[in-house]
Design a protein around this ligand. Structure first.
Ligand code: GTP
Ligand code: MG
Length: 190
């Protein structure tokens, strides 16, 4: 079955976003590390895949965190043929700061790595900038996200690649429309 995967750092709101999109009551929570296993949710004629988050989780060892990341990468490699779209969910308000902190340490931020990996695998990827309800200057924040993922600002130049959402408030219209558009284009090219 064709599938759409949702991936991103823990606690960014991946599961909340899938809930809002599909109406399926999958577990969500205030603490990082709620989704521990890859979860497959049937939705219409497609499968939505909820990934465990990568990054910090209290009480989880460094090795386990690495294992989660490896798991995600392997899953994507093994299922690349079915994956029609990857939604990379980020916390809009903290994304820039996290990326800059990693870069200052001379490390590649996991999100940047994931985004590049998806491109290498030829998997269509969109960035869902979630928790936009908590952000004061949305345009500036979204420009900062675009820039850090190698997309020249202003972010509005990339309407097919970056979309602000608030999963919690159910403000997900932009993402819904984008998903529909991408799936339609895929159908046509078959
Ligand atoms: N303010 C705000 N909070 C949100 C939004 N979306 C999710 N949250 C909150 O963020 C927290 C984490 O949500 P989850 O959906 O469990 O996050 P996740 O990315 O699936 O987390 P893991 O499964 O641990 O990787 C919850 O407390 C949500 O209510 C949003 O759009 N705005
Ligand atoms: Mg989750």
């Amino acid at each position: 079955m064709k599938e759409i995967i949702f991936a991103g750092r823990s606690n960014v709101g991946k599961s909340t976003l899938i809930r809002a999109l599909t109406g399926t009551k999958i577990p969500v929570g205030r603490r990082p590390g709620v989704t521990r296993k890859i979860l497959k949710i049937p939705y219409r004629n497609i499968q939505i895949t909820d990934m465990p988050g990568f990054g910090f989780m209290s009480g989880v060892s460094e090795e386990s965190l690495e294992a989660i990341k490896d798991n995600i990468v392997h899953y994507i490699e093994d299922n690349a043929g079915n994956i029609v779209l990857a939604v990379m969910v980020v916390n809009a308000g903290s994304f820039a700061e996290i990326v800059d902190r990693w870069n200052e340490r001379g490390e590649i931020p996991v999100e940047v790595e994931l985004f590049e990996f998806l491109q290498e695998m030829n998997i269509d990827a969109v960035v869902a900038a979630n928790k936009i309800d908590k952000v004061k200057d949305a345009d500036k924040t979204l420009d900062g996200i675009a820039e850090r993922l190698g997309m020249m600002p202003p972010w509005r130049q990339w309407p097919d690649r970056i979309v602000p959402v608030s999963a919690k408030k159910g403000e997900i219209k932009g993402l819904k429309e984008l998903i529909r558009k991408i799936l339609e284009e895929k159908q046509k090219s078959l």
